[in-house]
Design a binder for this molecule. Structure first.
Ligand SMILES: [Zn+2]
Length: 83
């Protein structure tokens, strides 16, 4: 049995499943929301667990890829999570 992983469009939450494990996949959203990256669901969950005190002021305006970098900096994510 092969495992599959779920990836989500950060803009509209549309999901796809793929048989490989990477932080994000380049994919034009089928809902036309202009996003060209889907991010692995469990990564996005972790990113949202960055404590509010550690979030930059512009957090709400940041795209999810930038949030991933913040999560790395704050130690919420580690590099092995991204592999
Ligand atoms: Zn979308």
């Amino acid at each position: 049995m092969t495992r599959s992983y779920e990836y989500v469009c950060p803009a509209c939450q549309n999901t796809v499943e793929r048989g490989f494990h990477v932080p994000s996949i380049v994919r034009s959203c089928e809902n036309d929301c202009g996003f060209d990256h889907y991010i692995r669901t469990d990564l996005l969950d972790k990113v949202e667990s960055v404590p509010e005190a550690d979030r930059p002021d512009e957090w709400e305006e940041m795209d999810n890829e930038k949030k991933v970098y913040v999560a790395l900096r704050e130690g919420v994510l580690s590099l092995p999570d991204l592999q």
